[in-house]
Design a protein around this ligand. Structure first.
Ligand code: KIV
Ligand code: NA
Length: 265
């Protein structure tokens, strides 16, 4: 294998090779995701929903993100690992943002961080980049601001919000971010952004005119049951498959089919 770096991703965009990205939150899943050849692994704050069962990404803490990130790092040989700075760990001021980013880098061994937002957090992004830590931006539907939006519907459908999003993307590029995630915005706008910046733009619910795609792992393998947004393609139905397997185990234990002669000492 050849390790994926921020330079690799930039080369991929230059050559028109699409970037594949998925989330992972633990060691075992990370070994599978990395082994499958995924380019970028995101230790997303979606761990708050997927791992901890919260309704939003707001409750997860920096310590918890570091626990997830260090577990993923131990399972990965090739992929570039990006870790979300959680809500409350970077919004108050640039010094706090840098302190949080440094903790993630030192305590988990990950390769980069991601933050949500545009010009509101420009100084924090610059401060983190100045310390030599690669930063990925995230615009559009930014789940840490869900209480400001009030809904998880598509963002930037109106002219004014679309214009601000383009300005923010240009700012992120100029500041030195190595890539940008665009979440749940019109495909036409996402394509325009991808064509306007030289850094890779990775979409989720943002169409195929961008430079790569990201999905939440547990959604795309069908482990999460009640989540069916239009942008999600399910590659497995693990919720049902696991339920069937586990029910079979229950039946086998009850009927003393398990363990059999060969499964004992
Ligand atoms: O936390 C997450 O999973 C994310 C992706 C949806 C981009 O930020
Ligand atoms: Na996230």
């Amino acid at each position: 294998y050849k390790k994926v770096t921020v330079k690799t991703l930039s080369d991929m965009k230059a050559h028109g090779e699409k970037i594949s990205m998925l989330t992972a939150y633990d060691y075992t899943m990370a070994t599978i995701v990395d082994g499958a050849g995924i380019d970028v692994i995101l230790v997303g704050d979606s761990a708050s929903n997927v791992m901890a069962g919260y309704q939003t990404t707001l409750p997860i803490t920096l310590d918890q993100m570091i626990y997830h990130a260090s577990s993923v790092v131990r399972g990965v040989n090739r992929a570039l690992i990006v870790v979300d700075l959680p809500f409350g760990s970077y919004q108050s001021d640039p010094k706090e943002a840098l302190r949080s980013a440094i903790r993630i880098m030192k305590e988990s061994g990950a390769h980069s961080i991601k933050v949500e937002g545009g010009k509101e957090i420009k100084e924090s992004i610059k401060r983190i980049l100045n310390a030599g830590i690669p930063v990925m931006g995230h615009l559009g539907l930014t789940p840490q601001s869900i209480y400001k939006f009030g809904t998880f519907t598509v963002r930037a459908k109106e002219e004014e919000e679309a214009r601000k999003l383009i300005q923010d993307a240009l700012m992120l590029e100029k500041a030195g971010c190595f890539a940008i995630v665009l979440e749940k915005i019109p495909a036409k706008l996402a394509k325009e952004v991808a064509e306007s910046v030289s850094i890779p733009v990775i979409g989720i619910g943002a169409g195929n005119g961008v430079d790569g795609q990201v999905l939440v792992l547990h959604d795309m393998i069908g482990m999460t049951k009640e989540f069916h947004p239009r942008f999600l393609r399910r590659y497995l139905n693990l919720y049902d498959d696991m339920t069937n397997a586990l029910s079979q185990y229950v039946a086998d234990v009850k009927s003393v089919d398990f363990p059999n002669e060969n499964e004992q000492y």
